[in-house]
Design a protein around this ligand. Structure first.
Ligand SMILES: NC(=O)c1ccc[n+]([C@@H]2O[C@H](COP(=O)([O-])OP(=O)(O)OC[C@H]3O[C@@H](n4cnc5c(N)ncnc54)[C@H](O)[C@@H]3O)[C@@H](O)[C@H]2O)c1
Length: 326
């Protein structure tokens, strides 16, 4: 029988791509999403869709009583680092209380496996690639909500036997044209913003800070293709049959500065992309680059699209065909 996966936040950028890959790998998928940020049209046709909130315990109870799920993947949550520094309450409620409500309801209904979207934002900044045992020190409320949820999962593991994988993504990027791409509202991620400039939808791209302790003064990040994230989720689901907890980085191990990303986008799009320097944004680390050896060793994971140019090319293809998003 096909395994049933409950994908909370499956109408979002990463969740919709993972849902599609799960279906291709012969899983049965239910997407549960309040559509506060996601797009109904991004949900693959063969997935069942339930409009609901992870804060709505009653609805979750009903849903879990109706169908027996083998595992949950938890993408649902707010993601804008800057907003989290202005409105922390929204983030603690949605990401911490929401995740807790989902975990608690899952356990009460016999669901014992969760794969959770954590983030590089849990770490303190470091000049060299981060390993999972490196210093935890979120620079933002967003990162803190991810860390608290990891700890909640860890305690449910120790006390009630919840099996969990916390996957610490670095910067998700790229698209799966023609169907799915990155269209957050508001968009706060560098690559789609840069592509909006190339499409003439924005006058310029703001570089938030050029005085960081990095080679060119701008922040350095590790970009990972969304399809490579998807393959890691499927491997993590399988790994939870054998091991009961897992915390893994997912990144390419290569850091690119904001200026380098803009320059690469200029090459890909063959457009002048005007950049202006703006003050630093609260909550940004200087450098976040992954050492993903653990995911490679334990999950047998291997990124297939590691090259930044290829990642941006896939995003550009999608953006050109979806200039208004979904
Ligand atoms: N995009 C990245 O680079 C990145 C990096 C690290 C971690 N993550 C994490 O991965 C997850 C997915 O990110 P994304 O870029 O796809 O974001 P997204 O905003 O596109 O997707 C999140 C989805 O969750 C839904 N949602 C939000 N709150 C909800 C709630 N209370 N109940 C039900 N549904 C709710 C939204 O409608 C949306 O469809 C997030 O948890 C994010 O923190 C993303």
């Amino acid at each position: 029988m096909k395994k049933r996966i409950f994908v909370a936040g499956g109408a979002g950028y990463i969740g919709s791509v993972v849902t599609n890959e799960l279906l291709k790998s012969n899983y049965q998928v239910t997407v549960y999403d309040n559509l506060s940020k996601g797009h109904k049209s991004s949900i693959p046709k063969n997935a069942k869709f339930i409009k609901g909130d992870i804060l709505d315990r009653r609805k979750l109870e009903r849903t879990f009583k109706e169908t027996r799920y083998d595992a949950i993947i938890l993408f649902a949550g707010r993601i804008e680092v800057g907003v989290s520094m202005e409105d922390p309450g929204v983030f603690y409620l949605n990401n911490v209380v929401g995740s807790f409500t989902l975990v608690e309801t899952a356990i009460a209904n016999g669901i014992k496996k969760i794969v959770f979207s954590s983030s590089a934002g849990v770490y303190a900044s470091k000049d060299t690639p981060l390993v999972e045992t490196d210093l935890i020190g979120p620079a933002s409320v967003y990162g803190h909500t991810k860390r608290i949820t990891e700890e909640v999962l860890s305690w449910y593991n120790k006390t009630l036997g919840l099996r969990y994988a916390a996957l610490r993504y670095f910067n998700a990027a790229g698209a799966t044209p023609p169907d799915r791409g990155e269209a957050h509202q508001p968009e706060t991620h560098l690559i789609p913003l840069v592509l909006q400039v190339a499409l003439g939808q924005r006058k310029n791209i703001k570089i938030f800070g050029n005085d960081y302790p990095t080679p060119d003064g701008t922040c350095v990040r590790d970009y990972i293709h969304v399809l490579d994230l998807a393959s890691a989720h499927i491997l993590a689901l399988k790994a939870l049959d054998k091991q009961d907890n897992l915390v893994c980085n997912l990144g390419n191990g290569e850091g690119y500065s904001v200026k380098e990303v803009i320059e690469t986008a200029r090459e890909v799009c063959k457009h002048e992309i005007k950049a202006i320097v703006a003050p630093r944004r609260p909550g940004d680390n200087a450098i976040l680059v992954a050492n993903a050896s653990k995911a490679k060793k334990i999950l047998g994971w291997k990124p297939n699209v590691p090259d930044l140019k290829d990642i941006i090319s896939s995003a550009w293809e999608w953006h050109k065909s979806h200039p208004k998003g979904y």
